[in-house]
Design a protein around this ligand. Structure first.
Ligand code: SF4
Length: 364
């Protein structure tokens, strides 16, 4: 029952998602215990190294330049600023730093070189380094790998069908292509999605079909609950209930048995009891720090108190895979190729995204 399968169907996944809650919890927890230590939870710190001003139109994102959300944009942080934050994160129990930049895609040049130095700097602190920088080419993924990157995050967000209702500026295949480029290196893949964007249960199952058919499956999968931000196209969406979150986590655990399932955005809306149920259902990673890019997150001390209460221990770095070697920039065997991803969906428009953009223009 806990073997890794790449041929899950939507119907099978829906049957799991809709099981009576006690059966679902029992089945997920049983698989979780076979594959993972149930009392160990990996702690990541998410750092926004470049905030706001993004050219994409993701309907959930306050960092899209076209919406008016009050997010203040920042230039790329310096390498020293990032290293200082990473040290603080390590002191607070994080084994991984995930650096997020509000970019459509990575562009070769001084800013990417600076990010590569950040990767080198954090890997040398003996922490796992993850980046989420938008689309990457194979060459860029190789350069990140060479710098010592441990993981690359690129979420599928939802099912292929519902993705078209949320983002018009790129397609599902663009996402899969970036994941494929990362897979050509020794960097692990982190990919998941968001629930509560107005999708239906079939879409949630559809996203899990897409993630589970990846071979290998992602090493980590964040499950986010939408934090609806004023000014975004999804500002009116109601928060998902804890029961939906537990069902999604448990189903993910069953379908992706070896993956680290991460409780991500939306934890401030969850009680400790709710989070404990998610850990029981197979979640074994969280994001720590008082902000998740731009939205609120529980205080790290609160998280550590919760760990103590539940008898959970933070996972040590490089428990699942050995630490990558860092190659210095001067010894790199890769040259910047200056490639640009094509704009694949120039004609696609989403009504609510257009409305939020028009409203954003008026406010600005
Ligand atoms: S989610 Fe990422 S790509 Fe989409 S608008 Fe926000 S920063 Fe840009």
């Amino acid at each position: 029952m806990s073997e890794v399968r790449h041929n899950w169907t939507k119907e099978e996944i829906l049957e799991i998602y809709n099981r009576p809650m006690m059966d679902l919890l029992y089945d997920a927890a049983t698989i979780h215990r076979k594959q993972h230590d149930p009392n160990v939870v990996q702690v990541s710190t998410l750092l926004s190294i470049k905030t706001g001003g993004c050219s994409e139109d993701c309907g959930y994102c306050p960092q899209a330049a076209r919406y008016h959300t009050g997010v203040e944009g920042n230039d790329l942080m310096t390498v020293n600023q990032v290293k200082a934050q990473a040290l603080r994160a390590r002191e607070n129990g994080s084994s991984r730093v995930c650096m997020g930049a509000a970019w459509r895609n990575v562009k070769d040049g001084p800013e990417f070189d600076q990010v590569l130095e950040m990767v080198r700097g954090i890997n040398k602190l003996d922490m796992e380094v993850c980046c989420t920088l938008g689309m990457v080419t194979e060459n860029q993924a190789q350069r990140l790998a060479e710098a010592g990157l441990y993981a690359y995050n690129h979420n599928l967000d939802s099912s292929e069908e519902y993705y078209k209702e949320v983002i018009s500026t790129r397609g599902y295949q663009d996402r899969l292509d970036t994941i494929g480029n990362v897979r050509k290196t020794n960097v692990t893949v982190c990919s998941g999605g968001i629930i509560g964007m107005g999708e239906n249960v079939e879409d949630r199952a559809g996203m899990l079909v897409a993630l589970s058919t990846l071979n290998p499956q992602p090493e980590s999968t964040p499950i986010n609950a939408l934090v609806a931000v004023e000014g975004t196209p999804l500002e009116e969406e109601k928060p998902v209930s804890i029961w939906e979150m537990v069902r999604m986590v448990a189903t993910t655990r069953i379908v992706l048995p070896e993956t680290q399932v991460r409780l991500s955005a939306g934890r401030t809306q969850m009680s400790r009891e709710g989070q404990a149920m998610c850990f029981f259902a197979g979640a074994n990673s969280i994001f720590a720090g008082d902000k998740l890019l731009t939205t609120p997150n529980p205080d790290v001390n609160e998280d550590m108190k919760m760990f103590e209460l539940l008898g959970l221990n933070p996972q040590k770095p490089f428990t699942k895979k050995v630490q990558p070697q860092t190659v210095e920039a001067t010894d790199s065997k890769f040259e910047a190729l200056g490639e640009k991803p094509k704009w694949t969906r120039p004609e696609h428009k989403i009504e609510r995204n257009e409305a939020a953009k028009a409203k954003g223009k008026l406010v600005k």
